[in-house]
Design a protein around this ligand. Structure first.
Ligand code: RIB
Ligand code: CA
Length: 313
């Protein structure tokens, strides 16, 4: 099945690996464009980083768009402590020749979806959901042309990472998350519950290091930097490789197991802002609004990722 996708991201080393995995899979994925949002680092850096990632991949066709520079209501919170001041520490940072598109990311999303046929476009957000929510608000009619949303965000078993009860992408813009989760669209959620099962262990990184191409070597450099924070925080061998889980699901859904659940987003409490309240056991009579992924074949995930990284040789 050839999926038409838009990746909305905040690179971020793990966003970068998700982009590499998608670009390595042209037989399955048709990337219509990359839109960027403020998140891990401010927008001027996430949009630059997305262009660096395309350069490393040798991809000169993909267009990169800049979107919202802040959440809908809250002040922007960034994560340089995790991703470094550049947001892409681990690779050389420079201003790419390829320029950012003049069209705003929201307008690119809206115009692309308006021109598409019914239920034909998959949105893959791997950062805060500001661009996605604002596109839906600007032009509600686009929803009929969205096939599904495959997003990284939220937590149930894992509690949270930016706060004790909320995951970064959702907490940075909980109001945008509320709009998306209440959209009624098919949503696949790759939360920390799943991403914490796919750790960048030394053994897995060593296999990627053996691949002699610029993308694999850039991946190793980024993962070595990216892993230092979470391995110190959690005592893991490596770090959870969050964002590529979205692309891996599109490529090999059988690697994952999930369950239809109703999920609400906390937007009132200062203490638990951005919390994903997952009715996993159906204790309310709320109809499920997402598929909450809870299990992944981690070895199978890394076999897929490592095999696809060889495609850049
Ligand atoms: O909580 C992990 C998520 O926040 C990932 O998408 C990471 O890139 C950051 O955006
Ligand atoms: Ca991200």
């Amino acid at each position: 099945m050839h999926e038409k996708i838009i990746i909305d991201c905040d690179p971020g080393q793990d966003d970068a690996v998700a982009l590499f995995l998608a670009m390595a899979s042209p037989d399955e994925l048709d990337i219509l464009g990359i839109t960027t949002v403020a998140g891990n680092v401010p927008l001027e850096l996430t949009q630059r980083n997305a262009r660096i990632i395309c350069d490393i991949a040798g991809n000169h066709d993909l267009s990169v768009y800049a979107g919202c520079s802040r959440p809908m209501l809250l002040d922007l919170v960034t994560a340089e402590n995790v991703h470094g001041m550049s947001g892409l520490d681990g690779v050389d940072i420079y201003e790419p020749i390829r320029t950012i598109k003049k069209t705003h990311a929201i307008d690119f999303i809206v115009e692309t979806l308006k021109a598409a046929s019914d239920n034909s476009i998959t949105l893959v957000p791997t950062g805060p959901l500001t661009n996605i929510a604002m596109a839906m608000i600007k032009e509600p009619s686009i929803s009929k042309n969205i096939k599904q949303i495959v997003l990284m965000g939220g937590a149930m078993q894992e509690g949270g990472n930016l706060s004790p009860s909320a995951e970064f992408n959702i907490l940075v813009d909980p109001h945008a998350a509320h709009v998306v989760f209440d959209s009624g669209l098919p949503i696949i959620v790759m939360s920390l519950d799943v991403t914490h099962q796919v750790l960048t262990t030394k053994e897995r990184v060593a296999k990627i290091r053996k691949i002699n191409n610029p993308v694999a070597q850039a991946t190793v450099g980024m993962l070595q930097f990216f892993a230092r924070y979470d391995s110190a925080k959690y005592g893991f061998d490596g770090a959870p490789l969050h964002d590529p889980c979205t692309i891996a699901w599109l490529l090999k859904p059988d690697l994952f197991q999930g369950k239809p659940c109703h999920v609400s987003i906390e937007t009132g409490s200062k203490l638990t802002m951005g919390h994903t309240a997952v009715d996993f056991w159906g204790v309310t009579n709320a109809m499920p609004n997402v598929t909450w992924m809870h299990t992944v074949d981690a070895d199978g995930f890394y076999v897929l990722l490592t095999d696809r990284l060889r495609n850049f040789s």
